[in-house]
Write a protein that binds this ligand. Structure first.
Ligand code: NDP
Length: 453
């Protein structure tokens, strides 16, 4: 049977674009890709990239304050959201152009259209055209979900935060995950009066408790009104245009904006997937095996649409492994173990491996932990603390987890992640000479365990 293409990719985000261009560029496969929105997907257009640029923008008042403490005559000055936003969007346009060019230069045919699955080898575009392919790759990603409360239509999500006409004077951010906690820091740094509601005991559930506690403490010290054990029950628009929020404790407060960062869901609605035999999980995610193959042998799926580990570098890995498996004859399972990650809160958290609580539940451990005021901000009169922490298997001596809360923790954990991934022991860390004076030198100078468990 002959097909129009060897591969048809649905979705032009990190995972889909990488798989398409490597399959076409490295193996000469005939590849097409359909994207209904902008090329680059969540990460480039409405996620990691604009978020990180906003984090940078939000850090300057603190830097100006530090500079004054170091003897500089440095006013903080005013922030112009319109100036920043137009530069931000020009940068996103540039990046989208690069993504389009990468695909074109690899010989991938692109369709600016929505595509849905008709059967194991056929997709239908929103233009009405049908295309056949030997393999179909689902890479549609995910989207934010809003809370199901009356008045939810008044809230924005992370999709809209980059498009605001003006910065609000006050904002309520709902949620306690990556996105909520990062944007609380961003908005607060940009001078917006920021409140965060989280329904549980402590934000950043699933990470090491000591690290979560320090991030939350420092966020509060930076001026964020973080309310835990609190959720929204009702939202109403008031005559002056603000949004009146009633919370689970019965309190009412008004905000200029409310942003929900209460999780994301896979883009699998109305895609013809179940009709074609693709199995979906409880939350609508595409179920795949370790090779990213769905219940239909010719259809694979990578990235957030599979809801495994929803991070861009992981989607890229999954896309590359798919190409190895299907187009290079080298079955390659995706390794989801010991993935380093950073949360761009202020202060940042960088983490790899198990937190103390998770590791202690699995076996005997030693905990090496130190929290201190680092030289740079201490000199400027700040009491802000950082945390360096290692979780060590008491029997094998292998470092099971490394957790850093500090400015630049994202950069640090990338490197510590190599050692942890290699299976380094505590003694390997100890053998490494300290780089002085740095914050991260503590990672190799902690001699006695803080506690055992
Ligand atoms: P997360 O799953 O991290 O967080 C969702 C938050 O919403 C949690 O605090 C959750 O609470 C809360 N929540 C869920 N349902 C409700 C509800 N009904 N009422 C109140 N609160 C609720 O999702 P995000 O949207 O923050 O991020 C999605 C994913 O994107 C992340 O998991 C991550 O993989 C990725 N990401 C990575 C970034 C990075 O690498 N720096 C940055 C941004 C996103 P609870 O904890 O109680 O369940």
């Amino acid at each position: 049977m002959s097909f129009d293409y060897d591969l048809f990719v649905i979705g032009g985000g990190s995972g889909g674009v990488r798989a398409a261009r490597v399959a076409a560029g490295d193996t000469g496969a005939k590849v097409a890709l359909a994207e209904e929105d902008r090329y680059g997907g969540t990460c480039v257009i409405r996620g990691c990239v604009p978020k990180k640029l906003m984090v940078f923008a939000s850090e300057f008042p603190e830097m100006a304050a530090e500079a004054r403490a170091y003897g500089w005559d440095m006013p903080t000055g005013d922030f112009s959201w319109p100036d920043f936003r137009s530069k931000l969007h020009a940068e996103l346009d540039r990046l989208e152009g690069i993504y389009r060019r990468l695909l074109a230069n690899s010989g991938v045919e692109t369709f600016d259209a929505r595509a849905k699955v008709v059967d194991a080898h056929t997709v239908e575009l929103s233009t009405g055209e049908r295309k056949t392919a030997k393999h179909i790759l689902l890479a549609m990603g995910g989207r934010p979900v809003k809370l199901d409360v009356p008045g939810a239509e008044h809230a924005i999500t992370s999709n809209e935060i980059f498009l605001l006409d003006e910065l609000p004077k006050s904002i309520l951010i709902v949620g306690g995950g990556y996105i909520a906690s990062e944007f609380a820091g961003v908005m607060n740094g940009l001078g917006v009066k920021t409140t965060q509601f989280y329904r549980g005991e402590q934000i950043l559930r699933g990470f090491d408790n000591e690290a979560r506690d320090l991030v939350a403490d420092e966020m509060r010290n930076n001026g964020i009104d973080l309310q835990v054990n609190t959720n929204v029950t009702l939202m109403e628009k008031t005559a002056d245009g603000s949004i009146k929020v009633t919370d689970t404790n019965g309190r009412e407060r008004s905000f200029d904006q409310v942003m929900f960062a209460t999780g994301r869901t896979a883009n699998t609605d109305n895609m013809g997937l179940e009709e074609a035999g693709v199995k979906l999980g409880r939350k609508g995610e595409v179920e795949v095996d370790q090779f990213s193959q769905t219940a239909v042998p010719s259809i694979y799926a990578v990235g957030d649409v599979t809801d495994r580990v929803n991070l861009t570098p992981v989607a890229i890995r999954e896309g590359m492994a798919f190409v190895e498996t299907v187009f290079k004859g080298k079955p390659t399972p995706v390794d989801h173990d010991l993935i380093p990650t950073a949360i761009f809160t202020q202060p940042e958290m960088g983490t790899v491996g198990m937190g103390e609580e998770e590791a202690a539940a699995k076996g005997q451990i030693e905990v090496y932990s130190t929290s201190f005021r680092p030289m740079r901000s201490l000199f400027a009169g700040s009491d802000a603390k950082v945390l360096m922490k290692l979780i060590v298997d008491a029997n094998t001596r292998v470092v099971l987890g490394c957790h850093i809360v500090a400015p630049g923790a994202g950069e640090m954990i990338q490197l510590a992640g190599i050692a942890v991934k290699m299976g380094a022991t505590k003694e390997d860390f100890d053998r490494t000479v300290a780089v002085h004076p740095t914050m991260s030198e503590e990672i190799v100078t902690m001699k006695a365990p803080t506690r055992t468990a």
